[in-house]
Ligand binder design. Structure first.
Ligand code: HEM
Length: 322
C-alpha cells in the first residue's frame, strides 16, 4: 500500500513537472492560447498552401529553424535581411544560396499579423513551421513550446563558425552539437531530418569522389549529375534519400547502413564509430526514431530563447522594429 501510493505520488510529481513550463525551460506550448488562439491554424493553413505549391518547402523550413537555433539561439536572427550597414546571417557560407523558405515565413507572419497584430514572434513562427513541415511530409507531430522573442541582432561570424559543415568528422559534429548542449544521441536523431529534402552537388562532391565509406553503385549514380570538377554542376540537386525523398520516414538510417549517406557528415554516423548502434536501432524501430527526433527538436528549439522583455516582437521578420 505504502509503496503503491508512493509510486502514485511520484507519477503526480512527474505530471506536474511535465505540465509546468520548467520541462520546456521558460517556453510553454500554451503561450499564445489566449493572445492568439488561431495561431497554429494560421501556420498550418499557410504551410499546407506552401507545400501544395512545392512539397520540398517542408524540408526547407525544418532546416531554416535549425539554422536559426544554432546561431545566437532560436531568436529569428536568420530572418534579418542585410539592410544599410546591418549585416545579417543570410550571406554566411552555410546559408547563402542554400537556406530557403524566407517568403513562406513572410506569408505566415502576414497572416498572423492580420488576426493577432504585434503578438507572435518570428522565432516562434519558424519553430511552428518546422514542426508543420515535418508533420505534413509524414513525420511525427509535437506540441511546440512557445514564447520566444525576436533578436535585434544577428551574427554572421557565429553563423560561419557554429553551423556544422558537411565535411566534418563524427568527433567534430559531436563537438558542434555539444556546444549547443545537444548530445550525440540528439545529433544522430536530428540528422534523420535528412530523410527529406535535397543537397547541392558542391556539398557532397568530395564524399562521392573521395569517400571511402560509400556504396560504389550509389557513388556512380550521384556522379552522373555531380561532375568531379568544381564549379561544374555545383548547384545540381540530389535527394538525401534515394527511395522516399519527400517522405519523413526512417529510410535515412537504412541508407546509412547501406553506405548510401549523401553527405560525409551523414555517413560518419555509421562508420564503425560510437553512433553505429543507435543508427541500427533507428532502422529496427521507427517509433523510437520518431520519439527521439521529437525530444531533440524540443531541446534544439530551447537553445537560448529570448523571453520576458528581452528582444522584441518584430512586425516584419526581415527587419528590426524602428
Ligand atoms: C549534423 C550536421 C548537419 C550538417 C553538416 C548539415 C548539412 C546540410 C547540407 C550541406 C544540406 C544541403 C544544403 C544545400 O545543398 O543547399 C542540408 C540540407 C538539409 N538539412 Fe542539414 N545538416 C545537418 C543537420 C541538420 C539538422 C539538425 C536538421 C534539422 C533538424 C537538418 C535539416 C536539413 C534539411 C531538411 C535539409 C534539406 C533542405 C531542402 O531541401 O531545402 N540538417 N543539410
Amino acid at each position: 500500500m505504502a509503496s503503491s501510493s508512493g509510486c502514485r505520488a511520484w507519477h503526480c510529481l512527474l505530471a506536474l513537472f511535465l505540465l509546468s513550463s520548467s520541462a520546456y525551460g521558460q517556453l510553454s506550448p500554451s503561450f499564445y492560447a489566449k493572445s492568439c488562439p488561431t495561431l497554429q491554424l494560421i501556420v498550418r493553413a499557410t504551410m499546407i498552401k506552401a507545400l501544395l505549391a512545392e512539397r520540398r518547402m517542408g524540408a526547407s523550413l525544418l532546416r531554416l529553424h535549425f539554422h536559426d537555433c544554432f546561431v545566437q539561439g532560436c531568436d529569428g536572427s536568420i530572418l534579418l535581411d542585410d539592410v544599410g550597414s546591418f549585416v545579417g546571417e543570410k550571406t554566411a557560407f552555410p546559408n547563402v544560396d542554400s537556406v530557403r523558405g524566407y517568403e513562406v515565413i513572410d506569408e505566415i507572419k502576414k497572416n498572423v499579423e492580420l488576426l493577432c497584430p504585434g503578438i507572435v514572434s518570428c522565432a516562434d513562427i519558424a519553430a511552428l513551421a518546422a514542426r508543420d513541415g515535418t508533420f505534413l511530409l509524414g513525420g511525427p507531430s509535437w506540441s511546440v513550446p512557445l514564447g520566444r522573442r525576436d533578436s535585434t541582432t544577428a551574427s554572421l561570424t557565429e553563423a560561419n563558425s557554429d553551423l556544422p559543415a558537411p565535411s566534418l568528422s563524427l568527433g567534430l559534429l559531436i563537438k558542434a552539437f555539444d556546444k549547443k548542449q545537444l548530445s550525440p544521441q540528439d545529433l544522430t536523431a536530428l540528422s534523420g531530418a535528412h530523410t527529406i529534402g535535397f543537397s547541392q552537388c558542391l556539398n557532397f562532391r568530395d564524399h562521392i569522389y573521395n569517400g571511402t565509406n560509400i556504396d560504389p553503385a550509389f557513388a556512380t549514380l550521384r556522379k552522373r549529375t555531380c561532375p568531379a570538377q568544381a564549379p561544374n554542376g555545383d548547384k545540381n540537386l540530389a535527394p538525401f534519400d534515394v527511395q522516399t525523398q519527400l517522405l519523413f520516414d526512417n529510410a535515412y538510417y537504412r541508407n546509412l547502413v547501406a553506405k548510401r549517406g549523401l553527405l560525409n557528415s551523414d555517413q560518419v554516423l555509421f562508420n564503425g564509430g560510437s553512433q553505429d548502434a543507435l543508427v541500427r536501432q533507428y532502422v529496427a524501430n521507427p517509433a523510437l526514431f520518431a520519439s527521439d527526433f521529437v525530444t531533440a527538436m524540443i531541446k534544439m528549439g530551447n537553445i537560448n530563447p529570448l523571453t520576458g522583455t528581452a528582444g522584441q516582437i518584430r512586425r516584419n521578420c526581415r527587419v528590426v522594429n524602428s
